[in-house]
Design a protein around this ligand. Structure first.
Ligand SMILES: Nc1ncnc2c1ncn2[C@@H]1O[C@H](COP(=O)(O)OS(=O)(=O)O)[C@@H](OP(=O)(O)O)[C@H]1O
Ligand SMILES: [Mg+2]
Ligand SMILES: [Mg+2]
Ligand SMILES: [Mg+2]
Length: 353
């Protein structure tokens, strides 16, 4: 399968959703509310998810969807729902043809809420299932740092198409990776769309407001020695174990400080050779990673010549539901160095037992 149509719709849907997140960022009220797990969700998360699901429903009405957000909170707080509806109905691609292709505006606030709830699939190993993280790295988004609009298509549990919209990453694939500097960055020269289709390689292109820009093929950097590698990790110490990761880096002889950034922008950054290694070691043994936090990034890195496993060396298994219940943590590195990185991960973790 070439997945040409799926890729095009996914790119346009992520592009349109990114327009919405950018306008939410520049508006005063971001409508931030805390979810049950105390993590934040904003107007941007809800709005972006509704727009992506609308496009998927138009083109692939029989496909299932596993998405991060749900409409329950908006039914309880109708004013918040109204604010989201306002911004959703004002967001359209400037390319009329592409906007029409996505189905144009959503009909009403009620249909927007119903669309949001279409992301409630239980996931699994059968059939076509899309997974959406409308804003990955919501904390990064709020601070004007890195975040990603993420969309992946799985077929029988295997990721076939992945798209990441990263509005705050530099367009230049070669720009050295810098720590997430928050609101200091300007929008000039920023905004990247990463994508991959299984067996067809990975690409990046500028994330524009107009027609889709021409893509460029991307690949991971050949690191002559791990001592020169750049590794990235989460900003939040609660999301990955910074102390263990520092020890692993030391074992590998890595001298550069880690680059901390939110979201799957980490996967995109290593896939294009702006960095080399992404480590996400578990903090809490009971936490199960969500499939929407990894599906697109996992495929993009593997198609760019990388290897992505968990801390036990197993490929990420997207076929077991909404979470990666069969995996613990993430170790992503260029194929040629992955074995060495994984050994260092396992030595550090063994020493802790
Ligand atoms: N306890 C715990 N452990 C690991 N991961 C967790 C945990 N809690 C939340 N999350 C998920 O982390 C997502 C963002 O993590 P990132 O590493 O991308 O960014 S961050 O720097 O940590 O913010 C974040 O995604 P968003 O909610 O889309 O922002 C969460 O799904
Ligand atoms: Mg969240
Ligand atoms: Mg996320
Ligand atoms: Mg999210």
């Amino acid at each position: 399968m070439s997945y040409t149509n799926e890729l095009r719709i996914a790119l346009l849907a992520v592009q349109r959703a990114s327009l919405l997140t950018k306008s939410v960022f520049h508006s005063k009220a971001k409508g931030t509310v805390d979810k049950n797990d105390k993590s934040p969700v904003t107007i941007g998360d809800f709005g972006a998810q509704a727009l992506i699901i609308a496009a998927l429903q138009k083109h692939f009405p029989d496909d299932e969807i596993v998405a991060e957000e749900e409409a329950a909170a908006l039914r309880e707080q109708p004013e918040l729902g109204d604010t989201i509806w306002d911004i959703v109905r004002q967001t359209a691609l400037s390319d009329d043809h592409a906007e029409k292709e996505l189905g144009g505006a959503i009909a009403s606030k009620e249909s927007m809420l119903a669309l949001l709830d279409k992301g409630n699939s239980a996931g699994g190993s059968k059939g076509r299932i899309w997974t959406i993280d409308p804003i990955d790295g919501t904390k990064g988004f709020l601070r004007g740092g890195q975040y990603a609009v993420c969309l992946g298509l799985m077929v029988d549990g295997d990721v076939k198409v992945g798209v990441l919209g990263c509005p705050n990453l530099p367009v230049d694939d070669q720009a050295p990776l810098t720590a997430d500097i928050g609101s200091n960055q300007t929008s000039d020269g920023h905004g990247v769309l990463f994508s991959a289709v299984q067996g067809q390689g990975a690409t990046s292109r500028p994330l524009t407001d107009g027609p889709l820009a021409q893509e460029k093929s991307i690949s991971m950097r050949a690191v002559p020695s791990l001592a020169e590698a750049t590794f990235c990790e989460s900003v939040e110490a609660g999301h990955s174990a910074h102390g263990d990761q520092a020890q692993i880096a030391q074992k590998l002889g890595i001298t550069k400080p880690s680059v901390r950034m939110d979201s799957q922008a980490k996967y995109g950054s290593i896939a294009r050779g702006a960095g080399d290694i992404y480590l996400r070691l578990p903090v809490k043994a009971t936490y199960q990673e969500k499939i929407w936090d990894h599906a697109a990034g996992d495929l993009i890195v593997r198609e760019a010549g990388g290897e992505v496993t968990d801390i036990h060396g197993k490929r990420l298994d997207f076929s077991v539901g909404r979470t990666l219940a069969n995996n613990k943590g993430v170790v992503a590195a260029p194929k040629a160095s992955h074995g060495e990185v994984l050994s260092a991960v396992q030595e550090v973790l063994k020493a802790k037992l």
